[in-house]
Design a protein around this ligand. Sequence first.
Ligand SMILES: Cc1cc2nc3c(=O)[nH]c(=O)nc-3n(C[C@H](O)[C@H](O)[C@H](O)COP(=O)(O)O)c2cc1C
Length: 269
Amino acid sequence: MGNLLETVKGRKSVRSFEQRPLSEEDRNAVEEYIRDIPNPFDIPVRFKLLDAKEYGLSSPVLSGEQLYVAGIVEKKPYADVAFGYSFEKLVLYAWKLGIGTVWIGGTMKRDLFERAAGLTQDSMMPCISPLGYPAKKRSLKETMMRKGIGADSRIPAEKLFFDGAWGRPLEADEEMKDILEMVRWAPSAVNKQPWRIILADGIYHFYEKKDNGYVSDATGDLQKIDVGIAICHFMSGLEEKGIKADVNVNDPGLEIPDDAEYVASVSMH
Ligand SMILES: Cc1cc2nc3c(=O)[nH]c(=O)nc-3n(C[C@H](O)[C@H](O)[C@H](O)COP(=O)(O)O)c2cc1C
């Protein structure tokens, strides 16, 4: 795989796997990588590999998988955003190694996974993913599911990225266009793409456009996880282009719709 934009646009959720374990080399690489996946919110996200057979784990949308990774984060403000950021780093890392993943926040027997992950009261395990080699052919149920969700399309850029004010389309230069394209192609719960960006005074402000039904005790706000994923793609894109930037949470107080909420901002320097 070439650059990050190709990785991001080439990545697809994988729900049908070859029935063979990860090679020792790949498994070691993943184990090493998940030891510490930092995020700009400084909220540690822990990862645990769970053997499907050992714990009797499965998911109705998956086939062939033998190994899962569970992500765990302490319950506190921004835990969901931080979780999205760190877990997505793993998703992109795995894809570059040829390992398929899919974010799973709903379609699993949550109790079994939480017990296997050794979850405690003060923490949550918002999502898990299988880790394995993509099968040559998708299962029929996976193909139908992708169609149903519209998994191969995304909202056009002019409806996501704004210039100065919510709703005014952003005309980005070539470099930033690539980076925004990486944000646009990020995965999200039910492919809702709830991230919005307003560029104001040179700072990129990230917002969540909320739908009903995505918040629970077990997962936090799944759409804030999505925004964390979007910020991860944005920062990874900047990093690849050698642009230094950092994330802060200074709400500029711009006018936004009632169903939107400010999440974080990225300033470049
Ligand atoms: C936070 C989150 C939760 C998700 N939960 C599920 C799930 O429970 N089951 C599932 O099959 N897919 C789940 N997905 C995968 C999305 O449906 C998928 O990313 C989206 O349809 C876009 O498809 P793509 O990843 O192939 O680009 C989830 C994705 C995210 C980001």
